[in-house]
Design a protein around this ligand. Structure first.
Ligand SMILES: *[C@@H]1O[C@H](CO)[C@@H](O)[C@H](O)[C@H]1NC(C)=O
Ligand SMILES: *[C@@H]1O[C@H](CO)[C@@H](O)[C@H](O)[C@H]1NC(C)=O
Ligand SMILES: *[C@@H]1O[C@H](CO)[C@@H](O)[C@H](O)[C@H]1NC(C)=O
Ligand SMILES: *[C@@H]1O[C@H](CO)[C@@H](O)[C@H](O)[C@H]1NC(C)=O
Ligand SMILES: *[C@@H]1O[C@H](CO)[C@@H](O)[C@H](O)[C@H]1NC(C)=O
Ligand SMILES: *[C@@H]1O[C@H](CO)[C@@H](O)[C@H](O)[C@H]1NC(C)=O
Length: 456
């Protein structure tokens, strides 16, 4: 395209375009979101002929695609742009797989509870936003979330640490001996949302149990720090103390759902407020930062996407626990403005980088970077009165998704005992045998910190 070096200054000028947003204008935010969403979808080719719907190319793991479709549902619900809805539906249904529980056989070698959880949370968001329902012969959004919740409940493991979900579903995958906040956070988040959506208190009782276990093991401490996880080999007495935005966010959003479900109970009010207060560790001058790795430049492919979920969960928290709005709204506005300003890479000058705190492009490109910027810009729409009114529906307030309380149990889903039985794919056995060096490649390594935890 550019053939002469004489054009270099022009290139620089173009690269400086970035995306400017006026965070008080719906049109400005929607236009920015549209540009960034287009950039995000340009990484995805699963809807092309011969490709597998729902999968991102290497190096992105399966779970991140689930996170991406979740972000795209949020994009549609806040902007009204339905151009990608058929593509999203195709992906969410294809990866639901034959058992309708987000356990596709192809992912056996790296599917952990958290990986399955991200796809389930995408389905849950589809139910809560009244996203277009699948044809009747296809799995329905609410039932998909229930299937995954039910399977997780069968995996609750009291053989060590007084309970908790293990990170991995399958014994032969590395990380089976680790119990972490993201796996338990997915289960908690789904439980709290299903309780609110269906008014079935069984889900809320599980959410209480999961919270109590996190607190008892010290994975959530009395200052509401949310730590990464702990190993069953020492009965969860040694905690890996890394803190990630998505762990804080997944519990905050779940707590806000419980606050709302309990009609404002004091306990859940305190937990929601406490998590939000502690979340200030993830902001510098009101701009979001993945503090455990961003400042030192060590964030891995997974970690580059965490800010996408954190922004969305903060925004959704304001609808369920309105007392959080005045704290959250300015943080999202400042972060969206900075994130947009960091979208000045690529030929168009609109490709998003990862670091927002400098309000300039950091030279990196990828699904995580693009998705995080989209999350920030979508989420800043909460300040606009019409958009602010995006309240997740329930079974009794207009929700139309059809559920099945027994999903995943009656179907031959993969619970704890089946997890022990399903044999390892040959490929995985080989990789596991090769030891720790291949760990980062084998795992659906959410968080990455487990690598360190297991090594030490
Ligand atoms: C895949 O989706 C993108 C974005 O909506 C669209 O531009 C493209 O045409 C689709 N590809 C196919 C083969 O339908
Ligand atoms: C599993 O992999 C096969 C071979 O690549 C592919 O044909 C199939 O569509 C995949 N299924 C899912 C659910 O991804
Ligand atoms: C492991 O921790 C749980 C929960 O604190 C405790 O009930 C159990 O007795 C411990 N087991 C061992 C073997 O120490
Ligand atoms: C629960 O959410 C609804 C919808 O946003 C809100 O109107 C209501 O005030 C919330 N409940 C509490 C106790 O804050
Ligand atoms: C709401 O829940 C009730 C009780 O489970 C069920 O009969 C009804 O069909 C649900 N409504 C929708 C729209 O699914
Ligand atoms: C409530 O949820 C539990 C757990 O999934 C389920 O076993 C029970 O049947 C549900 N109750 C109703 C009334 O749907």
């Amino acid at each position: 395209m550019r053939t002469s070096s004489l054009l270099w200054p022009a290139l620089l000028a173009q690269n400086a375009i970035a995306i400017t947003v006026d965070t008080t204008s719906a049109d400005s935010l929607k236009s920015a979101a549209s540009t960034v969403a287009h950039g995000l979808m340009s990484f995805y080719n699963g809807n092309d002929t011969g490709m597998t719907p729902g999968l991102l190319p290497q190096p992105y793991f399966w779970w991140e695609a689930g996170g991406m479709f979740m972000t795209m549902i949020d994009y549609w619900s806040r902007t009204g742009d339905s151009s990608y809805n058929d593509l999203i539906t195709q992906a969410l249904l294809f990866q639901a797989s034959d058992n309708r529980d987000y356990m596709p056989v192809n992912q056996t070698k790296d599917e952990g509870n958290d990986d399955q959880g991200f796809w389930a949370m995408a389905a849950m968001l589809a139910a809560e936003t009244n996203f277009q329902n699948p044809p009747p012969d296809q799995p329905q959004w609410l039932a998909l979330a229930q299937a995954v919740f039910n399977e997780m409940a069968t995996r609750w493991d009291t053989s060590s640490c007084g309970g908790g979900l293990r990170w991995q579903i399958f014994q032969f995958n590395n990380g089976f001996t680790y119990k972490n906040s993201i796996a338990n956070g997915c289960f908690f988040n789904l439980g709290a949302r299903l309780a609110r959506y269906t008014s079935n208190d069984t889900y809320a009782q599980w959410a209480e149990r999961i919270w109590d276990w996190e607190a008892a093991t010290g994975l959530i401490d009395t200052s509401y720090n949310v730590f990464d996880g702990a190993s069953v080999t020492d009965n969860c007495t040694g905690t890996t103390r890394l803190q990630w935005t998505y762990n804080s966010g997944i519990f905050l959003h779940g707590a806000a759902n419980m606050f709302n479900y309990t009609k404002g109970s004091q306990t859940w009010q305190e937990r929601t407020a406490g998590l939000l207060k502690n979340a200030n560790i993830f902001f510098t001058n009101s701009i979001m930062e993945e503090q455990a790795c961003e400042t030192v430049g060590t964030c891995d492919t997974d970690q580059l996407s965490f800010k996408a979920y954190f922004t969305a969960w903060l925004a959704q928290t304001t609808a369920l626990a309105p007392f959080t709005f005045t704290t959250i709204a300015p943080l999202l506005a400042a972060s969206a403005k900075a994130a947009a300003a960091a979208c000045s890479g690529g030929n168009q000058g609109t490709t998003c980088g990862f670091k927002w705190t400098t309000s300039s492009y950091d030279g990196t490109t990828g699904v995580g970077q693009q998705m995080s910027a989209l999350g920030a810009i979508n989420s800043a729409l909460i300040q606009i009165p019409q958009a602010k009114a995006v309240v997740p529906v329930t079974n009794s307030t207009g929700g139309t998704s059809i559920g099945n309380a027994a999903a995943g149990i009656t179907a031959p889903g993969i619970g704890m005992s089946q997890a022990m039985d399903r044999s390892a794919p040959i490929e995985t056995k080989d990789k596991v045998a090769a030891g720790f060096l291949t760990f980062a490649v084998v795992g659906g390594v959410l968080g990455g910190s487990v690598f360190m935890a297991l090594e030490s």
